[in-house]
Design a protein around this ligand. Sequence first.
Ligand code: ZN
Length: 249
Amino acid sequence: MFLLYRHPLRGGKVHNLDPEKDELLSMGENALFIEHPFDKSNRPNEKDPSLMPWTDVNELPYTICGPYLKDLFERAFIEGLHNPDKRPSAGDWEEGLIKTIDLLHPCENPLCEQKWFVFDNETSPVCPFCGWNNKERFPVLHFYSHRKKGVHSSDNHRFVVHHNRYLYPWHVYRSVIPNEKLAQEYKTPVGYFVHHKNKWIFVNRQLTEMKDLSENKKIPTGSMVELKEGKQIVLSGKENGRVIYTKFL
Ligand SMILES: [Zn+2]
């Protein structure tokens, strides 16, 4: 409800003419996801204008929440709805939400009511709320981290770069998680990205071990580096430290 302003199980299906029994069945034994891909019998009633556009699941399907949350929606409301063991844990949702923040892309249509949308890894991102289409190229960082000596594995975590976006310690280390337990020392940004004269630049404010792997040179604290297609940058050489791989869209 927080993400899409609609209840995932309250749709148009009537299970019993007695409202009390209907409530029990639709929230329990007969519960059915309003966006179930095959059983469409519980699609929401779109007639109430005060609930639009949120009750229009064709226009704003749950998939607009991006790839990480899409997977969790499916485990919670399709596979696991009548099989609690298959549902994601609170920790899975926390991780999905945290990673999704890094996929937020600003919508530059001044009339857009939402201003942000989740980048879905399509080559030409379109804002699902207003149809604005980003035709400019921008970098997406792919995170890798040290697991075994000398080996970097993909973290299945992408980061959409936009002007003035900050990079935080939880991007630098796989082991740092930005939740309520986050230590004070990890709360300040380590650097930021700027779009200047058609170049995408990262300004390193705090990282002491930053290194441009593509050019094999250090990026000292206080200096900057231009992001280019395929550029690989070590954020930290420590255990759990990350390497980024730059891809332009
Ligand atoms: Zn928009």
